[in-house]
Ligand binder design. Structure first.
Ligand code: BJW
Length: 229
């Protein structure tokens, strides 16, 4: 089967990474526009760097591990029976740690920085600050997190659109369906005549658009679904 799977913050929730919009959501104490826009970064780079530095340090402190949902998708990706494009909105590296060979991070990656002078995207496991030096061009005070903020163009949309149009099944796992263009992928799939499945703990903004929805924690439902496939 030809599959496109989109994952969101819900798939990493059971690994201890907070979601964005839940009661304990990541944005609690921060207005999203204070941290996740280019304007916010221009206005207060220290606040934005601190927000991402804390999340990067947490991701690397040894307490966060892939859960059974990440592991099941990695097993699926390695199976010869199916073709899979795994697209994630998450900036963590839990799909990679679980063993998924290829992951399209449409909203960027926390463990990479981007140079606003030369454009180089380079691995980054340390804090970024105004004194950081770009490993590619050597300039100072020009690194930013390699993440896609509101108003910026997500990564890989052409590839995602093409893969959805030739898929047999589109699956969205643990995403609220509130942030576009990812929230619109289910409609792209429906327009292309592709079957659609949602796996989510709760009803999402897009639930009504899917052919089928399965409710429950990703760590339980995803391995069950992969076993059925
Ligand atoms: C579980 C679970 C468990 C919990 N098991 N499930 C007006 C109308 C329409 C669009 C716009 C508009 N005004 C502006 C826009 C565009 C804007 C947008 O969508 N805004 C909305 C807020 C309205 N979008 C953009 O600006 C995007 N760019 C863009 O549109 O470019 C122009 C363009 C034009 C034409 C075509 C294409 C493009 C960029 C969006 C960038 C989003 N960036 C962020 C931050 C990234 C860096 C970071 O991490 O800090 O990405 S915002 C944040 O939201 C993050 C996430 O990837 C994203 C989605 O969140 P997600 O993953 O859905 O998480 P939650 O928390 O919302 O939901 C968790 C879900 O899991 C819930 O449903 C739970 O039930 C579930 N769950 N535990 C299973 N155990």
């Amino acid at each position: 089967m030809n599959l496109v799977i989109l994952t969101g913050a819900g798939i990493s929730a059971e690994s201890g990474v907070p979601t964005f919009r839940g009661p304990d959501g990541l944005w609690e104490g921060h207005r999203v526009e204070d941290v996740a826009t280019p304007e916010a970064f221009e206005r207060d780079p220290l606040l934005v760097h601190t927000f991402y530095n804390l999340r990067r340090a947490k991701l690397l402190d040894g307490t966060i591990h892939p859960n059974p949902a990440h592991l099941a998708l990695a097993k699926l990706a390695r199976s010869k029976e199916h073709q899979l494009l795994l697209v994630t909105q998450n900036i963590d590296d839990l799909h990679e740690r679980a063993g998924s060979p290829e992951v399209l991070h449409m909203h960027g990656e926390l463990l990479k920085s981007r140079c606003t002078d030369c454009g180089a995207v380079t691995p980054c496991r340390e804090d970024i600050g105004r004194s950081s030096v770009c490993p590619a061009c050597g300039h100072i005070d020009c690194l930013r997190p390699h993440v896609v903020w509101f108003g910026e163009m997500p990564i890989g949309l052409d590839e995602i659109g093409a893969a959805i149009s030739r898929a047999d099944l589109f699956v969205a796992i643990g995403t609220s369906g509130l942030v576009y263009p990812a929230a619109g992928f289910v409609s792209w799939a429906r327009q292309a005549g592709v079957r659609t499945l949602e796996i989510n703990l709760e009803e999402s903004a897009g639930s009504g658009t899917f052919h089928e929805t399965r409710r429950g924690p990703a760590g339980e439902i995803v391995p069950q679904w992969v076993a059925e496939l």
